[in-house]
Design a protein around this ligand. Structure first.
Ligand SMILES: [Zn+2]
Ligand SMILES: [Zn+2]
Length: 147
């Protein structure tokens, strides 16, 4: 490496923070941001940038939407989200269908008789009212039971 290159490298190093504030963060950084995998100071820096940069804000908004989709592709993540949704009564918010075991548990009266169970039942009922796909499944299971 020539002296000149060394010099440039050193300058870049020293001004990295400044440079980062001027230029848009990489897509990867934005993904880490959306999935909350940055440390706090880094997170705050990106947040500041996004508030000032429409381009990155748009990317982050899209990533947030996409991350919901990614989550549904990853079984463990889906499971965690489901647990969170169930415990917080947000099942219908997440835009995914009722898992079969919940439909069956509901049909067979296996949802626990407590506050959490009440929330789950309410969410299932709300979802069934709004979702033909799950309603068909539910009715299918019901018919299966009778035969
Ligand atoms: Zn930007
Ligand atoms: Zn559904």
């Amino acid at each position: 490496m020539s002296n000149n290159e060394n010099e440039i490298e050193k300058l870049l190093d020293e001004n990295l923070e400044l440079i980062q504030e001027f230029f848009c963060p990489s897509d990867m950084t934005l993904i880490y941001f959306v999935t909350e995998n940055l440390d706090e100071s880094e997170h705050n820096k990106i947040e500041k940038h996004i508030n000032e940069c429409d381009d990155c804000k748009r990317i982050v908004d899209d990533l947030k939407k996409a991350s919901k989709w990614f989550d549904s592709k990853r079984e463990q993540m889906l499971h965690n989200l489901e647990q969170k949704a169930i415990s917080e009564g947000l099942l219908s918010w997440y835009g995914f269908h009722l898992p079969d075991y919940l439909i069956l548990a509901y049909l067979h009266g296996k949802i626990p008789d407590n506050k959490m169970g009440d929330n789950i039942r309410k969410d299932i009922e709300t979802h069934l009212e709004q979702c033909n796909t799950c309603m068909k499944k539910f009715q299918g299971y019901k018919t299966d039971d009778r035969t």
